[in-house]
Design a protein around this ligand. Structure first.
Ligand code: AMP
Length: 116
């Protein structure tokens, strides 16, 4: 059984982080340390630790993460100029919280895809 992270407490609202969106599959809230003018995290309600742990049964949830990202980008007013969706995986991917999440970042030009 994977270990719960801070994101489970946000999803359950045990920690009262303001939510931008929540339904039966996913939850979205602002990143606590935004890396761009707009930085939102879209998280499955179910604990999936890394992209390596995504199963076929999760396809609806993973799809929902993207349709919610699209809605929130529009709501943030960044859809037309553009944005980036990122999911980090494990150490080389720079993952810090082991509960998968889609970063929706935008609100400014984001430069190159990778800075190594
Ligand atoms: P990653 O490196 O892809 O695992 O990203 C984890 C992200 O979670 C980072 O951008 C953190 O700033 C963000 N984060 C960590 N704790 C919180 C929190 N309590 N509320 C909102 N965002 C958080």
């Amino acid at each position: 059984m994977a270990e719960e992270t801070i994101f489970s407490k946000i999803i359950s609202q045990e920690i009262d982080t303001p939510l931008l969106y929540q339904d039966e599959l996913v939850t979205a809230f602002r990143d606590i340390f935004p890396k761009a003018n707009s930085h939102i995290l879209i998280v499955p309600n179910k604990l999936i630790p890394t992209a390596n742990d995504i199963e076929q049964d999760d396809e609806l949830t993973i799809g929902r993460m993207f349709t919610v990202a699209k809605k929130l980008a529009k709501q943030e007013g960044i859809a037309e100029d553009g944005y980036r969706l990122i999911m980090n995986c494990n150490q080389h991917g720079g993952q810090e919280v082991y509960h998968i999440h889609l970063h929706l970042v935008g609100g400014q030009p984001l430069g190159k895809m990778l800075s190594i």
